[in-house]
Ligand binder design. Structure first.
Ligand code: GLA
Length: 705
């Protein structure tokens, strides 16, 4: 058996050492020289025995098992009625290719096998870890925890970035110094949650967008999860993440296996920007399902009409949308049997005959005749007590017998682990998609899971897998239908759901000031084009702010662009302006949806600047949004790093959304829209002087070589 295994990608190296059969990560991070002497690396890292310490070294094995004296949180917590609780997994067989290491670990005494696969993606430097646990004994084995990833943390990591928020304020980044003790985030909401993005990022002291060592992990899972940064008694730190099992949730019968959700890790020696770019590349290349064509401009009906559906009104809305360039018309909640408000009807997936006397076809035909695609909102996992479905099958919900079920948004969660429920939902959705020309589904999920019992056993894990299976089965039958993942806004945006859905609704807050922050947080792991971004009504329905349409558009341009307002009520000026921004989106979307996202670091607390740079660095588009007044009388120039230092670029302000600012008597030619020509080096070092923008306005800068 070799004493180590190694994988390399252009920007990272993984070395797994095997010591007396115990595998552990010797190095994961920045790329090592191909000729590096691994025995010397191992010798250089060997830790002395401290006074009053254990006589033998206790490696952080790949499953962090306790058999060799490891005293941190185990990566695998199993037992048989309280026995065999210590595991000591040793390598039985292994294989190594150019991009993957497979290890089969066995603990003969505990009657347990774990198969691990580490796959390193050469384009993105993202490491994927797959884990399967098998009960090789002849009694059942209870699985309390099985980490999808166990990574020793480099000692120079000094800060962490966690991500989460709440309804209407999702994806907030929280940067804090590493705590002196362990750090834990657990999600028990039964969905990915608004509060805890299943991921964690660590950085060396003082890291920035362009400097510092960054290291982090993501869990591909839409159910309960645990992210743990464990601090060991001997000061080492270990990162773990995995699906969080409720008591008794995963019990393996003799011979049975359990595959845990995959986890991913990547690192960067050049700051947070490069780190995010690696994740984006990976998600685009390896996670997302194929898209058939560019991302279409949406008109979503929710904040335009809510539940007040009638065909003539919707047809007028479609006419007005098509006239300004909308490409997809998405009929949101309110279309199905008796759905007059959010108290009733979930589960009854047929068009309401009082609103749609001839079904959806006349509206769909109208939308398609205007050259747009038709999309439809559904919330398949749910049922209202006031619905025909619930009246017929009150026992179809997740619950614990004898405990009164709890409603959330007046609804219960269907138990998708029951074959008859799964079949009912598959048939209902299949029928909708077969009978109607629907190109897009907005798949919503609007409540947490409480007492999620299936036949008296906790069932979040099974429910999450069943949701995945339902979507997969529908997609196999209807491969051209695009799907959006929504959960009261952004409560289900993760690599697991994104392996089967094409975009995410990140927030029910359409207020562009809030959305700028959401975009920055969302973009830590996820590429911006999968984030739905709509121009909403004025005032915004969740904050009351009256933001200019131009400002809203400049912000939305950097996501998947759309409108969510009654476009029949626009005046001529507004209609012309929105039409112009839609044209802009279409003009630039190839760049925006494939380029490298950058979060610029403005030397001005009131300015947020984001952009996208083409991979060949030929072109860039930057949005500079003023969110509050500048502390300076004239805001400092904005530096534009990331371009080719040696190339010359033509730089021009192509949109400016403040038409009321009277702060400058005399401006410069650049501010007034003239082209300046500068090298990438000068743009990074000196930057460009922006106009003194009024709060809630933005400029769009175009850079072309
Ligand atoms: C959720 C979604 C909204 C909208 C409503 C409809 O709240 O996040 O975008 O679809 O449901 O009920």
């Amino acid at each position: 058996m070799p004493d180590h295994l190694r994988l390399d990608s252009p920007g990272s190296t993984l070395v797994i050492a095997i010591d007396d059969g115990t595998p552990s990560i010797l190095h994961w991070g920045e790329v090592l020289d191909p000729d590096e002497d691994i025995p010397s690396l191992r010798a250089a890292q060997a830790r002395p025995v401290p006074h009053a310490g254990l006589e033998q070294p206790s490696p952080i094995s790949l499953m962090a098992d306790a058999g060799r004296g490891y005293r941190g949180h185990p990566g695998l917590a199993v037992h048989r009625g309280g026995q065999d609780f210590v595991t000591d997994l040793r390598v039985e067989t292994l294989s190594c290719t150019d991009d993957a290491i497979t290890l089969n670990l066995v603990d003969a005494q505990a009657c347990l096998a774990v198969s691990l696969i580490y796959r390193l993606d050469h384009r993105s430097d993202v490491l994927e870890i797959g884990t399967i646990v098998t009960n090789t004994g002849n009694t059942s084995l209870q699985l309390d925890w099985c980490a999808s990833l166990v990574l020793p943390v480099p000692a120079q990591m000094a800060e962490l970035v966690a991500s989460g928020g709440r309804w209407c304020r999702e994806f907030v980044l929280e940067r804090t110094p590493l705590p002196a003790r362990s750090w834990l985030a657990e999600n028990r909401t039964g969905r990915t949650s608004h509060q805890n993005v299943p991921a964690l990022t660590l950085g060396s002291a003082g890291f920035s967008e362009t400097s510092g060592l960054i290291f982090g992990a993501v869990l591909a899972w839409s159910g309960n999860h645990r992210i743990l940064l464990d601090r060991l008694a001997d000061d080492r730190r270990v990162l773990q993440c995995g699906s969080l099992f409720l008591p008794g949730e995963v019990i393996l019968a003799a011979g049975a296996s359990h595959k845990v959700p995959p986890a991913y890790a990547t690192c960067s020696g050049a700051g947070l920007g490069t780190y995010s770019a690696k994740w984006h590349r990976f998600v685009r290349d390896r996670v997302l399902p194929t898209l058939h064509g560019p991302r279409k401009v949406h008109l979503n009906t929710w904040e335009a009409i809510y539940f007040d559906h009638d065909v003539p009104t919707l047809q007028r809305l479609a006419d007005a949308a098509a006239a300004i360039g909308v490409e997809r018309f998405v009929l949101d909640d309110g279309w199905f049997l008796n759905r007059s408000d959010d108290h009733r009807a979930l589960g009854d997936w047929t068009a309401d005959p009082t609103k749609y006397p001839d079904g959806l076809t006349p509206l769909i035909d109208h939308v398609r005749a205007l050259g747009m695609e038709f999309g439809l909102w559904v919330e398949p996992e749910m049922v209202n007590p006031d619905s025909d479905l619930f009246r017929a099958h009150p026992d179809w919900i997740l619950n614990v017998p004898g405990r009164p079920p709890i409603t959330g948004r007046h609804q219960y969660v269907l138990d998708l682990g029951r074959p008859e429920v799964f079949t009912y939902l598959f048939d209902a959705l299949d029928q909708l998609l077969t009978a109607n020309a629907i190109g897009y589904l907005k798949w919503d999920m609007n409540r947490d899971l409480t007492a999620p019992g299936h036949d008296g056993v906790a069932s979040v894990d099974q429910q999450t897998r069943a949701v995945y299976h339902l979507i997969d089965k529908l997609r196999a039958r209807h491969p051209y239908v695009e799907i959006e993942s929504c959960a009261s806004g952004g409560a289900r945006a993760d690599f697991g759901i994104l392996a089967r859905t094409h975009r995410v609704w990140p927030s029910d807050c359409n207020d562009a000031l809030e959305r700028i922050a959401i975009l920055r947080g969302f973009g830590l792991y996820l590429p911006p084009e999968i984030m739905g971004a709509h121009i909403g009504p004025r005032p915004a329905h969740t904050t009351g702010r009256r933001l200019d349409f131009g400002f809203q558009a400049a912000v939305a341009l950097f996501g998947h662009f759309g409108l969510e307002l009654d476009v029949t009520k626009l005046d001529d000026v507004e209609r012309e302006m929105l039409g112009r921004w839609i044209a802009r989106y279409k003009q630039h979307r190839a760049l925006l949806h494939a380029g490298v996202s950058v979060r610029l670091e403005a030397d001005d607390t009131g300015l947020i600047a984001n952009g996208v740079i083409a991979h060949d660095r030929e072109e860039a588009l930057i949005c500079c949004a003023r969110v509050s007044t500048s502390p300076a009388i004239i805001a400092p120039p904005l530096r534009l790093p990331g371009l080719d230092p040696a190339r010359r670029y033509a730089v021009r302000i192509i949109e400016r959304t403040d038409h009321h600012s009277r702060q400058m008597r005399k401006t410069t030619s650049f501010i007034d829209g003239e082209i300046i020509r500068l090298s990438g080096a000068a743009l990074a070092a000196a930057g460009v002087q922006l106009p003194n923008l009024a709060p809630e306005s933005a400029v769009l800068i175009h850079v072309m070589s």
